[in-house]
Design a protein around this ligand. Structure first.
Ligand SMILES: [Zn+2]
Length: 489
């Protein structure tokens, strides 16, 4: 995600790179989500039948499977806030509004299943299996549910210009160290953590709407109601946006990737499409091949600057100016590499994908001088804004907690999260860049990408890849930033 806080904008191997295309082949035998979705525009609901072919990819035998119900974060009375107090006005232009997910039934191989809604905030559905599920075995779990959308400019909800349909469905919790990871929604950052999976989605909606989504459209038909079938392979999540206002521009990049731009208020749409191509090309050259055949950049009503999902990024129609708009596009597209293909626990280690994405965005602008943003200026601006943040926090609270290695719910305020994750993350990778030099830095990016494709990176893996890529032990530098020991001035 790209956060824009306080009206100011903070911008901010030893492995050989084989170049072998086989290395980018999708993982096989993944969990499959098959969904039949009806969007009802009158009551702003989704009626969904979801057949999940869940694969136990852990080393443990499972008796239950747990799924996140992120849609319940939008319900009335939810403990976890979906936006911070200072963003409520942008998020709810028509006053507070609520939505939720109502589970109608759950079945296992066509037989009714036992389940419970649990978690700290009705955020988890736990399905009891009829028999133990051994490693590498799979089970078919079918959910029938209704999602009611809130009138909110957020990941899930309807606004004046578009309907954002993200995080609406039960998605399997990651399984680690003998348990499911069930972290609660948080208004800071992107409180998501999921594995790659395959998707077959059929969605019906009034034909006045245009759909942008993760994956590839395989068929589209109907008169008054359009029914669209989409498939997506080996993606970390599945998101869609519907709008009656979308105009669309597309081009094919390198005969492999269709670049789609959906917008309704952009006088510079040709220029924007060129920027999308330029960014994709830059990140492919300096990080690695984008393994999917489509990416969509979508203008929409959204509370923050932007938000990333696999193959689709949401860009806010409320950013201050075109320069900021382009900055958000580059940032969100970079997340296709950091977050989407290379995953990380975004709840516990937001700095991994946000810090790296923000610095790679700076690197993009440094190498594309026509945008008049140099790395030197962007880093100076990030440094200055961080110093100001630390000073203000010290004067108000006596001290500023400047550690980065914290889970989302351990940041006391949104600015504390934003400055320590995005701004300090940028400064940390900038220091590494300065120390090891551009050549070794790019080598490290490539090594980190290729060795974590479709996987989950941890802080240790990040530090190892940059250390191996440069032939230096960078652990002390990383740790001094992560633990808040380095003094930025
Ligand atoms: Zn981001």
């Amino acid at each position: 995600m790209k956060k824009i806080a306080f009206a100011l904008i903070f911008v901010f191997g030893l492995f050989a790179f084989s170049g072998c295309s086989d290395a980018f082949e999708f993982k096989q035998d993944l969990t499959n989500y098959a969904m039949e979705i009806e969007y009802n525009d009158e009551d702003k609901t989704l009626s969904v039948r979801q057949t999940t072919d869940y694969v136990n990819s852990s080393d443990n035998t499972l008796d239950v499977v747990k799924f996140h119900l992120y849609a319940n974060a939008f319900r009335e009375g939810a403990k976890a806030k979906v936006v911070s107090v200072q963003n409520e006005e942008i998020a709810y232009p028509n006053g507070k509004s609520f939505g939720n997910i109502e589970i109608n039934s759950v079945s296992l191989s066509e037989k009714e299943a036992q389940y419970s809604i649990e978690g700290e905030d009705e955020n988890i559905i736990c399905v009891t299996l009829a028999e133990s599920l051994y490693p590498n075995e799979s089970v078919i779990i079918t959910f029938s549910y209704t999602v009611t959308l809130a009138n909110i400019n957020h990941r899930l909800g309807y606004g004046e210009n578009a309907i954002n349909l993200c995080n609406f469905y039960p998605i399997a919790c990651m399984y680690e160290d003998g348990d499911f990871v069930c972290d609660l929604y948080n208004s800071n950052g992107d409180p998501f953590y999921s594995d790659v999976a395959d998707y077959n989605v059929e969605i019906s909606y009034p034909n006045s709407f245009v759909l942008a989504s993760t994956g590839n459209i395989v068929s589209q038909q109907g008169d008054d109601i359009t029914t669209t079938n989409i498939t997506a392979q080996c993606v970390r999540d599945f998101g869609m946006v519907l709008s009656q206002k979308f105009e669309q521009k597309s081009k094919v990049y390198d005969q492999r990737i269709t670049l789609n731009y959906y917008y309704y208020d952009d006088e510079n749409s040709d220029q924007t499409l060129n920027l999308i191509e330029q960014a994709m090309q830059f990140f492919e050259t300096n990080i690695g091949k984008y393994p999917y055949s489509q990416v969509s950049v979508v203008e929409t009503n959204f509370v923050h600057g932007g938000m990333e999902y696999p193959n689709i990024v949401l860009i806010s129609d409320q950013v201050a100016d075109y320069e900021t708009y382009t900055l958000c596009i580059v940032h969100e597209l970079c997340h296709q590499w950091w977050y989407s293909v290379v995953g990380n626990n975004q709840f516990d280690y937001g700095w991994i994908d946000e810090g790296l994405t923000e610095f790679c965005t700076v690197y993009f602008f440094e190498k594309n001088p026509e945008y008049n943003r140099t790395m030197k200026d962007m880093i100076a601006s990030a440094t200055q804004s961080y110093v100001t943040f630390a000073r203000v926090y010290e004067s108000v609270q006596g001290e500023a907690d400047t550690s980065m290695n914290r889970a989302l719910d351990q940041f006391s305020t949104e600015p504390e999260y934003v400055y320590n994750t995005y701004v300090k993350g940028t400064l940390m990778f900038s220091s590494i860049y300065d120390i090891i030099g551009e050549k070794a830095f790019v080598k490290a990016l490539k090594c980190y990408y290729e060795h974590n494709l479709y996987g989950i990176a941890t802080p240790t893996i990040v530090i190892q890849c940059f250390s191996n890529g440069s032939g230096r032990n960078l652990r002390p530098i990383f740790e001094s930033y992560l633990e808040g020991k380095v003094v930025i001035k």
